[in-house]
Design a protein. Structure first.
Length: 285
């Protein structure tokens, strides 16, 4: 893939290939530079700042990193009413409030199988917690032998259930108090969101430092001209020593913490878009 660029110094208009461009920007401020083929003056491609990444949520699922942009989200109570909430919060609420729903003791939540084991009306039972009754079927619990012993399904939302669906669900269905759950959940989610936002900012900043440190490593690498299949992706290079790579990651993390302390990244007024790309290079140099 190539792009045609004009040098502002010599006015030469030429084609440049992707591997010639150096990424000197950030996720929230795309920016590249490339030396002019004619006069070697730097040509800068600046896409400008964007504030869209100032409110992000990072998740790691296996080897994949998922970045969700929380832009114009509905209010929390509306999200909860529509079932747009993690089951984790239902489990934690039930763990704290189980006595209100007729249980005298519970154990859990467990990592595998039914969520809880408890005592209900003097009898030991297994319990599954879901947002909707149909979530039980969506997760295919009715086909999992581990869930054959589940007698109680605890849910947040009411819904119409046909007789065919009811036959596939546990015998007893207990509905949580929605208004009490919202009141309990709101401050906890707010506190969690602030914590995650700071962690996400640190992680994104560390990745920007890591990108620059790997670039420095690539420029000083004596194998960069051997045209190996994994060049220029240094992290995939079989010749990159594991301890050396870990040192780069650790250094990037330390630099992100330095920036965190000096720029009050935990402040509500802070925006990732306030950090210029050149700032990262100054920290490294």
């Amino acid at each position: 893939m190539a792009i045609w660029l004009t040098c502002s110094n010599c006015k030469k208009h030429e084609r440049y290939y992707r591997d010639e461009l150096r990424d000197i920007g950030k996720l929230w401020h795309p920016k590249w530079e490339v030396p002019c083929h004619n006069c070697r003056d730097k040509i800068i491609i600046d896409q400008g700042k964007t504030t869209i990444f100032d409110n992000v949520f990072l998740q790691h699922r296996g080897e994949f990193q998922i970045l969700t942009i929380h832009n114009n989200r509905p209010k929390l109570d509306e999200r909860i009413k529509h079932g747009n909430i993690r089951e984790y919060w239902l489990q934690q609420y039930f763990k704290e409030q189980y006595r209100e729903y007729g249980f005298t003791n519970i154990e859990g939540p467990f990592d595998y199988g039914p969520d809880f084991k408890g005592i209900y009306k003097g009898k030991e039972v297994w319990i599954e917690v879901e947002i909707f009754c149909k979530s039980y079927l969506k997760h295919k619990h009715q086909l999992d032998k581990r869930f054959n012993k589940v007698e109680i399904l605890v849910v947040l939302q009411n819904e119409y259930l046909s007789s065919d669906i009811k036959e596939l669900l546990p015998k007893i269905i207990i509905k949580l108090n929605l208004s009490k759950f919202i009141k309990w959940c709101a401050p906890k989610i707010k506190k969690y969101a602030i914590k995650k936002q700071i962690e996400n900012r640190l992680e994104l900043i560390a990745e920007e430092f890591q990108k620059r440190l790997l670039y420095i490593y690539k420029e000083t690498c004596d194998r960069k001209n051997t045209e190996m299949a994994f060049c220029p992706n240094c992290e995939n290079c079989v010749y990159l020593d594991y301890d050396e790579y870990q040192s780069i990651i650790k250094n990037a993390s330390n630099l992100s913490w330095r920036l965190f302390l000096e720029y009050n990244i935990d402040s509500n007024d802070f925006k990732l878009s306030d950090l210029d790309p050149e700032l990262f290079d100054r920290y490294i140099s």
